[in-house]
Structure formats: structure tokens, C-alpha cells
Design a protein around this ligand. Structure first.
Ligand SMILES: Nc1nc2c(c(=O)[nH]1)N[C@H]1C(S)=C(S)[C@@H](COP(=O)(O)O)O[C@H]1N2
Ligand SMILES: [Mo]
Length: 495
């Protein structure tokens, strides 16, 4: 029977260093992208986590939950590269040929990295550092045959090689990053004008930190199933209509952006956010309506429903009628869609929860029978219309000169629109109408509200909105899961 000895301290330490070197090297060349070796393992962990645990993390741990699964994935990868390096060290010892051991570790970790990412070139970023550490470790262990001079020559050659490889890879990575400025998107000048016009229509509030009618791109919330955004080049992107269609059709980026272009202010809200959460934002999106494209493929499915899929493996299913009212966007606030918001093209569905707005969209499949989407498989029911909400975030409470306090926030009810926002400063006993920003022509956008009062004692402030159909936001409180949080937002304001 083959016995494999447990590693001694020196071997374990060397293997750990090699593992860390491999993972760090991969990050150096690939950055936070799907080509980083940790990404596929992280995705596997997220995929395998049962729905109730995911929901518990969303509701109780929030965005910090990411640290946990990324940490697990990192540890797993350090362990895997460490094991490969340990194999190399053992081979070096047994054969007394340190370079053979290093080559074996390099080849092994290269194969591992290619297996993870499918990127032979970038895989060198992981395998070269792992091999170098293994080589140095093997050298120290090997005995006499290598005399001092040869040893120095070999160490020098390895160090020089590693240095050159490191510098050139780092250089390539920095060159890729460019100057960070997002490129222009077709139609961006008109979109920029629209952003400025909405800035002018924002409520003149005193709070300096509260967003106006348009959220800046850097402040717009993000929800992603994957830790690192997919990288999709516009000229390699296409959208295919598949499944129950009269005629299949693929649309390229140039074909799409040649279509009639509109600039719509659209608000997004995530079903997973608490009642006063931060996953509510608005941008001016540049794109084209979906309906003509859908009509052209002649949908035939019996469920009148479609499954939308994104490059990151995300999928969501909802009725074709809802999709037909949607918008395919390639621009955001006057720039090309940033990668975190779905570059090059995403869907925007009026009035429905954020999860219907598929980013990095690649496929629209017309179905015969309904199927669950990614979040529905995990217990959520978030493809329907949004709940009505009025927010009062901390930066919406501003002390003015003379002891008065300004309360300000946003209210949103999807395509129903916001008709009224009421404020109570006595815990809900009496109510006053807040001032509202003017209603916009856009079909699916929030309104701002503001109210100023002079606090004396400690006040329990409550806000509630009424939608355009006359329905008041329900008072009864519920958790976000499965259909979105309900209840009224309350804040304590000191006199
Ligand atoms: N491809 C893809 N699309 C996606 C998601 C995702 O993880 N992958 N998240 C969805 C969810 S749950 C929400 S709330 C919105 C968030 O969009 P944003 O990140 O641009 O704010 O995108 C939706 N579209
Ligand atoms: Mo979401």
C-alpha cells in the first residue's frame, strides 16, 4: 500500500506560501474578474448554499455575507495550489532534482488554473509564482550535488525569471485598466442633458448628502449573484431569442444601438431590501424598447412567458406581456453601461422588482411551461410589481439654523406612481402632507419628498406613501422574504 506521509512543518509552510503565491499571482494578472481562479469556486459555493441560508444571510448579515463565501473560496484555492506544490516538493526531494519538482508544481498549478478559468495565458499568473516558491523550497532541501555556485546561479536565474514575469504581467494588467474613464455610449450627449434637466427638477433640499432625482453611478446600489462581474465586450456581445419562437433571431450590439433610441429615467428596487434599506435608486438609461424585437420573433409558447439569461449564469422568468413593456439599455447617466450594471446591455422592466432587470443579457428564451428563476429557486417571489414605499434615510434628517429640522427622502410605487407622501412627527397620531418633487413623464420613477418642522421633545417620525391608484402603503410590517418588505418607516428625531 502506498503511504503518503503527513507534511512536516517546513513542507506545510512552503506549500501554504506557494498556495498564497499562486492565488495572489492569479489576482495580480486577472484582477476581480471571472478569470481569477477564486471566482468559479466562489460561484460553486454560492450555488450549493441552500435557499433558506441565502435568505437568512441577506436579511441578517446583508452585504457582509459576501466576505464569508469569498473567504471560503480563497482558503480552498490556497489549499489546492498548496497541495500541488507539496507534490512538487516531494518529487524534488525524492529525485533530488529541485527544478524537476518546481516544473511539476508549475505544470500542475497551471493545469489547475486553466481548469478553473479556461484561460491558458492568465493561468501563468498563478502557476509561475507557485513554481518559484516550490523551486526555492526544493533547493533548500536538496543536498550536496549542487554546490554553492550552482545553487546561487539557479536561485539567481529563478529570481530574475520571476521578476521579469511579474513585472510584465503587472504591466499588462495596468495597461488593460486604461484611465478608468467609462467610454461614451451611442446617444450619451442627450442622456447627459436629461440627467442635468432632472438635477434641476430635484427638490431644493438642504441635506447635502441625499441623492436628488438621479443617483450618481458610483452611488447606485448593486446586487449580483457572482462576486466578480463578467467581462463582455460590446463587439462580442449578442442577444439571441430562442425556444418557442416562429423565427430565431440574434441581435448584435451595433444592430441594437442603431434602433430608435430613448433616454428614460427608471427606478430600481431590490425585493431583498429591508423597508428603509438602500437598494432603491434611479438613473437615466439609454436604450431601445423590446416590443418590436419580440414581435419580430413571433413568440409561440403556451405559457406566454420568457426566461431571460445573463452571462453570469443568472436567469429569471416572467410573462411576455411584462417583458414587452421593457427596455434594452446600453447607457447609464450619459456613459456606457458600467460593467457592474450589466455592460454592454441589460433589461429594464417597468414597475417590477429589481431582479427582473437582467444584466449582461445574452438570451431571451420563450417557454412552453413556467420555470423558476434563480431567486425563485431560493424561495423568493420577486418577479411581480414593486410594493409602495417612502424612505427616510439618515442623511435625510438635517438640522437647520434656528432649531428646525428638515426631513427628506424618496418614495416609489413603480408604474402606479406616487400621489402623496404623509409625515407624522408624533408616532402616527397626526399626519401632514410632505412637499413632493414634480411628477415626471417617465413611467417608472420615484419622487422626492420633504417636510420641515421644529422639534421640541423627542419625536417619533413616521412616513407613508400613497400610490397613483389611491392605495396607501400598508402599515403591517413584514420581512423582505418572500415578496418584499412592508410597513412604515419610522425614525427618532431629538428635539
Ligand atoms: N445577470 C444578472 N442580472 C441581475 C442580477 C444578477 O445577479 N445577475 N441581480 C438582479 C437583482 S436581484 C437586482 S435588485 C438588480 C440590481 O441591479 P443593479 O446591480 O444594476 O443595481 O439586478 C438584477 N439583475
Ligand atoms: Mo434584487
Amino acid at each position: 500500500m502506498l503511504e503518503i506521509a503527513w507534511p512536516d512543518t517546513r513542507e506545510a509552510a512552503l506549500a501554504a506560501v506557494a498556495g498564497i503565491a499562486g492565488v495572489s499571482g492569479s489576482y495580480l494578472v486577472a484582477g476581480p474578474s471571472p478569470s481569477f481562479v477564486v471566482t468559479p469556486v466562489d460561484r460553486l459555493i454560492v450555488d450549493l448554499t441552500p435557499g433558506p441560508i441565502v435568505t437568512f444571510m441577506i436579511e441578517n448579515v446583508g452585504d457582509q455575507g459576501h466576505i464569508l463565501h469569498v473567504g471560503m473560496a480563497l482558503a480552498a484555492l490556497v489549499g489546492l495550489f498548496g497541495l500541488v506544490s507539496l507534490g512538487g516538493l516531494r518529487a524534488a526531494d525524492r529525485l533530488d532534482r529541485p527544478l524537476v519538482g518546481a516544473l511539476a508544481a508549475g505544470l500542475g498549478s497551471w493545469l489547475l488554473a486553466v481548469g478553473m478559468t479556461g484561460q491558458p495565458g492568465l493561468a501563468l499568473g498563478a502557476s509561475v509564482p507557485a513554481a518559484v516558491v516550490t523551486a526555492i523550497g526544493g533547493l533548500r532541501a536538496s543536498a550536496d550535488p549542487i554546490d554553492g555556485t550552482r545553487r546561487r546561479t539557479i536561485v539567481g536565474a529563478i529570481a530574475a525569471g520571476a521578476g521579469i514575469a511579474g513585472v510584465s504581467l503587472l504591466g499588462r494588467r495596468l495597461a488593460d485598466d486604461g484611465d478608468g474613464a467609462p467610454p461614451d455610449a451611442p446617444g450619451s450627449a442627450a442622456a447627459t442633458q436629461r440627467v442635468e434637466a432632472l438635477g434641476a427638477k430635484s427638490l431644493p433640499i438642504e441635506s447635502e448628502d441625499l441623492t436628488g432625482l438621479v443617483s450618481p453611478i458610483g452611488g447606485f446600489y448593486n446586487v449580483d449573484i457572482a462576486q466578480f462581474d463578467p467581462e463582455v465586450a460590446a463587439d462580442e456581445w449578442s442577444l439571441t431569442f430562442t425556444g418557442e419562437v416562429g423565427s430565431e433571431r440574434t441581435v448584435t450590439y451595433d444592430e441594437l444601438t442603431d434602433r430608435p433610441t430613448e433616454h428614460r429615467a427608471i427606478t430600481l428596487r431590490c425585493v431583498g431590501e429591508p423597508i428603509n434599506g438602500r437598494k432603491l435608486d434611479t438613473a437615466v438609461w439609454t436604450g431601445t424598447p423590446i416590443r418590436p424585437l419580440l414581435d419580430a420573433v413571433d413568440p409561440e409558447g403556451e405559457c406566454n412567458c420568457a426566461m431571460l439569461r445573463g452571462e453570469d449564469g443568472y436567469y429569471v422568468q416572467f410573462p411576455i406581456d411584462v417583458l414587452a413593456a421593457g427596455f434594452l439599455a446600453w447607457g447609464m447617466n450619459g456613459t456606457a453601461l458600467p460593467s457592474s450594471h450589466g455592460h454592454p446591455v441589460r433589461v429594464l422592466i417597468p414597475g417590477h422588482w429589481g431582479e427582473t432587470n437582467v444584466k449582461w443579457l445574452t438570451e431571451i428564451e420563450l417557454l412552453n411551461v413556467e420555470e423558476d428563476g434563480y431567486w425563485e429557486e431560493r424561495g423568493w417571489e420577486g418577479t411581480g410589481p414593486v410594493n409602495t414605499v417612502a424612505k427616510l434615510w439618515d442623511e435625510g434628517v438635517t438640522e437647520l439654523e434656528g432649531g428646525r429640522v428638515e426631513l427628506a427622502g424618496h418614495a416609489y410605487a413603480g408604474t402606479r406612481g406616487i400621489e402623496r407622501v404623509e409625515v407624522s412627527v408624533d408616532g402616527g397620531d397626526s399626519w401632514t402632507d410632505a412637499t413632493l418633487s414634480e411628477p415626471l413623464a417617465d413611467a417608472d420613477v420615484w419622487r422626492q419628498w420633504a417636510h420641515t418642522f421644529a422639534p421640541d421633545v423627542t419625536h417619533e417620525v413616521v412616513v407613508r406613501a400613497t400610490d397613483g391608484e389611491g392605495n396607501r402603503q400598508p402599515r403591517e410590517e413584514s420581512d423582505p422574504s418572500p415578496t418584499g418588505a412592508s410597513g412604515w418607516v419610522t425614525q427618532t428625531v431629538d428635539g
